[in-house]
Write a protein that binds this ligand. Structure first.
Ligand code: UD1
Length: 403
């Protein structure tokens, strides 16, 4: 499997806290990573990206982030913490990214404010300042936001004194950011638990680091095996990072075998229906919710999925219905009635994981499915068509589809 998008992007942002040349390995070749590389370059870093290796040279930086890039990718907001801590100011356009609901920044900004920063909205640009530097604070997040936890951790690494982040997100990507910061010389502890402590240091160096495997990509391929009634193995993964998915696959009757860094799944003759609720880690990941709904169309009976992390993450259901899926939505819950024989149709991918779900459904559908909006899929999946093609799927990219 490829390196994790949601880890690589944060490590790239964290590099802005240091000095010298960073070497990142196992960096996924996806458009979000290229966008982040452009953001870093606009800020004054030098980035070279060859194969899966990236070098980032950081010396002097400026704090005004490029509007168009930030608008195209929400994760670029992760440069706020590092720049604010390093330069004492940062200016970012309000970010964009996947269209999956309101995605405010209040938790990030409240953290910076508690560390002594002032934050003002100037038109559609956020300006945060801490001319005298940030100071450590005891911060309780109103929700364990992944991005806010990382942003505050990074800012705190160069703040004066100790910062405690309570109700912190516990995703594996946060543990990676901690390991990366520690390798740069930061004093950060507790990632993976709800309380993270950061003792600020005056400056940070650089490091070499290998990006962890992408748990969401791995999960998407395991579900491809399941939805097509097939079997297969994902290699170079950390199975402990997606135990919640493996439990659901087992509940659906799938046979799961874990051997070191390999996970194999074999589909049963009849997929059982299931119920799940998305939650922050270690709960079921929202980033696999659309793919699970696609899988549920092939289960015998009624499956029920409730989304609690984002408030508008069922937009793709309309597209699944075009294939013949029977899905009823009530508020933040969908019920899927299966199995149905899906039939190829023309679909539009509205965001990254929705796009992945449509690809899975198309694999199970009879006939040809045309998915436009492939550029959303390219944001987070490296060589999707080659990887699925290698497993026997017939999948082609049409030049006119963009991306
Ligand atoms: C990250 C992941 C994304 C994943 C999500 C949840 C990256 C680049 N993206 O996104 O793939 O789906 O975690 O696992 O790592 N919220 C607020 N105020 C804030 C921040 C967040 O209300 O200041 C809300 C959001 O609107 C959302 C929920 O908190 O409803 C979760 O967001 P968050 O955990 O911050 O997700 P991201 O870091 O944006």
């Amino acid at each position: 499997m490829s390196g994790a998008k949601n880890s690589a992007l944060k490590l790239m942002a964290a590099a802005l806290l240091g000095q010298g040349v960073f070497h990142l390995d196992n960096v996924p070749r996806i458009t979000d990573v290229r966008t982040m590389a452009e953001v870093l370059q606009c800020l004054g870093a030098k980035v070279t990206f060859q194969g899966h290796q990236m070098a980032i040279e950081v010396s002097s930086l400026q704090g005004r982030t490029p509007e168009q890039l930030v608008k195209s990718m929400r994760a670029s907001v992760q440069v706020m913490g590092p720049l604010l801590a390093r330069l004492g100011w940062v200016e970012v356009a309000l970010p964009g990214g996947c269209a999956i609901g309101r995605r405010p920044l209040d938790i990030h900004l409240s953290g910076f404010q508690q560390m002594g920063a002032s934050v003002v909205l100037n038109g559609d640009r956020l300006v945060a300042r801490a001319p005298g530097g940030l100071r450590g604070a005891d911060i309780t997040l109103r929700y364990p936001s992944v991005g806010a936890t990382e942003n505050i951790m990074m800012a705190a690494a160069l703040a004066r004194g100790e910062t405690v982040i309570r109700n912190a997100a516990r995703e594996p990507e946060i543990v990676e950011v901690q390991a990366f910061l520690q390798a740069m010389g930061a004093r950060v502890f507790g990632a993976g638990t709800p309380v993270i402590t950061v003792q600020g240091v005056p400056e940070l160096g650089c490091t070499d680091f290998s990006v962890m495997p992408d748990r969401i990509e791995a999960g998407t391929y395991l579900l491809a095996f399941l939805i097509t009634g097939g079997e297969g193995t994902v290699c170079r993964v950390r199975p402990g990072h997606f135990s919640s998915l493996l439990s659901v696959i087992q509940a659906m009757g799938g046979e799961v075998a874990v051997e070191g860094s390999k996970v194999s799944v074999a589909a049963p003759k009849r997929l059982h229906p299931f119920a799940l609720v998305t939650r922050p880690y270690p709960g079921f990941p929202t980033d696999l919710q659309p793919q699970m709904v696609a899988a549920a169309t092939q289960a015998h009976g009624r499956s029920e999925l409730r989304e609690t992390v984002f408030d508008q993450r069922f937009g793709y259901v309309r597209e699944l219905r075009k294939l013949g899926a029977v899905v009823r939505q009530t508020g933040q819950t969908v019920r899927v009635y299966g199995p149905v024989q899906l039939r190829g149709a023309q679909l539009e991918a509205g965001d990254l994981r929705a796009g992945a779900a449509l690809v899975l459904a198309a694999l199970a559908a009879e006939g040809r499915t045309l998915i436009s909006g492939a550029q959303h899929i390219d944001r987070g999946y490296e060589c999707l068509e080659e990887k699925l093609g290698g497993l026997g799927a017939r999948i082609t990219r049409l030049a006119t589809m963009g991306g």
